[in-house]
Design a protein around this ligand. Structure first.
Ligand code: ARG
Length: 263
């Protein structure tokens, strides 16, 4: 184990030395576990999260995360393959090497940082609360004794489940759905009282389902980044350098603007 660590350190230092000159580096030799000859990057996502990742009318997975990752792969000379999976399996897929990158509107959290590395953040987001238009719920404080819907394994789930378990919301219960839209549909049907989810998907879902609104009082602020295996620091450095490039050039913002119209 010690030996491995020493080797890892040596590789990391070498990587830093090699990529020190920054984004101009076109050496795409992939030292990841998937072999040096393949330049395919498998991107794990959960494609039920518009505008970050979703199926378009042609049944193709599109969205902000997918376009950012595609641009990064193009710049690095990698071929990108998308793998759609349940959100709560993405980190394990990245850890095991089944995927090299997790791109899923994924919030950086302390707990996840124990399992994977995160790239530099590429956007900020908020957890918001969706309720029926005529709901008496005005803020998180009114969630006491309510039925609250979330997408399983998301930060919305983790935060509210923790608070409910700690007894902060009386007899409130948390209903975990496999994806956000199913939670919102359950809300539309009156099966639950509120849904906690990220703000941009919330806007899309509220537009698609009549009679719902997003509360102005936000629940929690967070930041999104791409997840990469702890031992793949080479790819982490490459992605961060490219993210810096496409931020400076305005290409990243152009992708965001394509999907989110400024208010
Ligand atoms: N930002 C939240 C999280 O990281 C939700 C992300 C859900 N993403 C998705 N593609 N379904 O937990």
């Amino acid at each position: 184990m010690k030996k491995f660590f020493a080797l890892l350190m040596a590789v990391m230092m070498l990587t830093v030395a090699l990529t020190g000159c920054g984004a101009g580096n076109t050496d795409t030799t992939d030292a990841s576990e998937n072999g040096a000859d393949t330049k395919v990057i498998t991107v794990a996502t959960n494609a039920y999260f518009p505008p970050y990742e979703f199926y378009d009318d042609n049944n193709e997975i599109v969205g902000i995360d997918m376009e950012i990752m595609q641009l990064i792969c193009n710049k690095l000379g990698y071929e990108m393959k998308i793998e759609d999976m349940e959100f709560d399996t993405i980190i394990a897929a990245v850890q095991s090497g089944k995927a090299q990158v997790g791109a899923a509107g994924m919030t950086v959290t302390e707990d996840r940082l124990l399992e994977v590395n995160f790239s530099d953040t590429y956007t900020t987001a908020k957890q918001v609360i969706i309720v029926p238009e005529d709901s008496a719920i005005k803020s998180a404080d009114d969630l006491t004794d309510k039925k609250i819907g979330v997408q399983l394994g998301t930060t919305g789930d983790i935060y509210i489940s923790g608070d409910v378990e700690d007894g902060l919301y009386g007899n409130a219960t948390v209903e975990q759905y496999q994806n956000g839209i199913t939670a919102v549909q359950a809300l539309s049907q009156g099966k639950i009282d509120a849904v906690i989810i990220d703000n941009e998907p919330a806007k899309v879902f509220v537009e698609q389902n009549e009679g719902l609104k997003i509360l102005e009082a936000e629940y929690i602020e967070e930041e999104y980044a791409f997840a990469i295996a702890k031992d793949n620091t080479e790819l982490l450095d490459e992605i961060n350098a490219t993210l810096a490039d496409i931020t400076a050039s305005g290409e990243l913002q152009a992708i965001v603007d394509k999907y989110i119209t400024a208010e």
